[in-house]
Write a protein that binds this ligand. Structure first.
Ligand code: CDP
Ligand code: MG
Length: 138
């Protein structure tokens, strides 16, 4: 099966019609989409997913953003996929994200929050934890 990672196309990515463009980049790089679904985030799901951030000042606004529309959740698979997908997504701040990355090419900064199109797991351990959160009932 190889290594797996969890990606989310966040509500801004879905609303802008970028589901295909974002998934295309993972596929074009050579990785496999193993599972795919649309989901609406709940407070419970987000608090588990972003457990490391729940106490941070940006969390309430970020949770509202993540609940503002449909999310696409996917499991992407392949050798060293966790690191590769992080690289493809780019830095958290879209203004600082390098050209060629999803956030660098498709995102920009806005005054009312960080809207950066995509989430990806930051380690294989985080990927296992996050896959169980978003796909654990299947
Ligand atoms: O998503 P990534 O792992 O690159 O960044 P993070 O530092 O783990 O933060 C998780 C998410 O919280 C980011 O992707 C942003 O959506 C949000 N965030 C924010 O709204 N404001 C910040 N100052 C930092 C993060
Ligand atoms: Mg993170």
């Amino acid at each position: 099966m190889g290594e797996q990672t969890l990606i989310l196309v966040k509500p801004d990515g879905v609303q802008r019609g970028l589901i295909g463009e974002i998934l295309r980049r993972f596929e074009a790089k050579g990785y496999t989409v193993q599972a795919l679904k649309t989901v609406r985030a709940t407070d419970e799901l987000l608090a588990r997913h972003y457990a490391e951030h729940v106490e941070k000042p940006f969390y309430p606004g970020m949770a509202e953003y993540m609940k503002s529309g449909i999310i696409v959740a996917a499991i992407i698979a392949g050798d060293r996929v966790v690191q590769a997908v992080r690289t493809l997504c780019g830095a958290t701040d879209p203004t600082e994200a390098a050209p060629g990355t999803i956030r660098g090419d498709l995102g920009r900064s806005w005054e009312n929050g960080v809207f950066n199109l995509v989430h990806s797991s930051d380690s294989p351990q985080a990927a296992r934890r996050e896959i169980s959160i978003w796909f654990g009932d299947e």
